[in-house]
Design a protein around this ligand. Sequence first.
Ligand code: AGP
Length: 602
Amino acid sequence: MCGIIGYIGERKACNVLVDGLKRLEYRGYDSVGIVTEEDGKLYIKKGAGKIDELKEKLGLLQMPGKRGIGHTRWATHGIPNDINAHPHTDCTGKIAVVHNGIIENYIELKDKLLRKGHKFKSDTDTEIIAHLIEDALKDFNNFEDALRYALLRLKGSFALGIIYTHDREHLYFVRNESPLVLGIGHGEMFAASDIPAFLPYTNKAVFLDDGEYAVVTKDSFVVKDLKTGEVKEKKVHEINWTLEMAEKQGYEHFMLKEIHEQPKAVKEAIYGNLETIDEIAREIANYEKIYIVAMGTSYHAALVGKYIFQRLVKKVPVVEDASEFRYEFEDLIDKDTLVIAITQSGETADTLAAIKLAKKKNAKVLSIVNVVGSMATRLSDLVLYTHAGPEIGVAATKTYTTQLTVISMLAIALAKYLNTADREYLQKIEAELYDMPKYIEAALGYENKIKNLAERLKEKRDFFYIGRGINLATALEGALKLKEISYIHAEGLSAGELKHGPLALIEEGVPIVAIAPSGKTLEKMISNIQEAKARGALIISLGDSEELKKVSDILIKIPKVDEVLSPIVYIVPLQLLAYHLAVLRGNDPDKPRNLAKSVTVE
Ligand code: AGP
């Protein structure tokens, strides 16, 4: 949902900004813009399109100055064109603003500003911010006071970078419900929507909280409360992500690299949580009322979590799409409620809203998060990290399998503590979980077979993914991967549901991807597959049993793992299938159309 970056130091600002924007491109990529300052003059270049196309065309690397801010856009207000691209300026052209988020009361504010004679160039909500500050400057001598006065008029979500010609030593950054992090260098400072943007220069980060702003010089930063102006103490975090982690390292796309990183990521998720998992399990062991909230792929991890909790902990959590949670469950949440929030970024607006509601109602909140220091981690009582490293591809892959790993560890630890499952069985699945990197490696070994399969399927228009029980989530996630990067229509369904309607859509050659590991539901899965095959469907099965071979047109044989852990392995071939179909159809899987990595607006 837009990426913003700022730099002040001794380097040529445009180089740092272009490099950083490239790393933030996963947040939005319909337009790009940069403003730098030299000798009290602002230099602005911006336009619709991706950064690689615009770098040469606009001469983004030929901009003077050692301080500046930049933006990569995912349009909300105003179509993606050159005029609506950020930065936006006031009437005098002395104040420039970049923005990630939505200003909800911008129409009302714009009307007032128009009545005062302000002239607007774009259709964006962002432009009003520059004009509001300009207006406030008439009443305040000091830029910072004018800035605060103007920003307190805004309703909505915003992370902002602000530059003013007359205030040559500073850059200003603001956070309210959209992510913003400062990068602390030696004699230089950075700010960005996400850490990878400044990772080549520093791994020291300061996370702004909602309602805070930072005044940054090349040698210092001070964070203050937007309402009171009071200085806030901030912790400098050392981030253990390396630059290599945020680079493609020879892979054609980040997504492919991240799919292949899964054995290592899952191992890190296991070892990164070994020491704390039992303690966290003890802290939450007595809660009977449990909700798991999340969006998208993380929601599918929540569904898997529900099944594991049922099987091992003998508790039935309610899984809810975070965007619905606060409208439906407010009256049901109290101090005896546990809310588990799953979010890769820790910045998804809907999930944060659900966490805030849970906190307001005095519930206990445990978050399962990938990004260290992100908002979800700061709002929650307890945090389990997925330790997947930075995920740049918009389609979640390694963060999903690590979420599944962590939730499995949690359920096993709870089951041991509460004595809700057979000891020997728990030991067996725990040992299998530790071996999970090996199983994923084996699943990755099918890549060539899957690539050939993708070649055969690339012209298909509709796909159906079917699963049962714990692997209904795998069907949903496989279908989500396919639609978001290959733009092929795909549906994930409970296999039992097929003959209650969707079977009417099956005709000769329609691919049905059946997720069918051995376990409670295999027999029924085979019947459902046969029903579809009898109507002409092309059956692509994923499983570990011989029976499956007889009913499938194509079988992807997966190493045998216990059913409760099977979602961690079975999703891997489906990620590869979606990836290769996307590439064969000429799409960029790292930057699917209309999507952004973190959805920071509701
Ligand atoms: C999945 O491939 C998507 N990137 C998306 O569904 C994502 O999982 C969702 O937006 C939630 O993001 P989060 O995990 O960062 O909260």
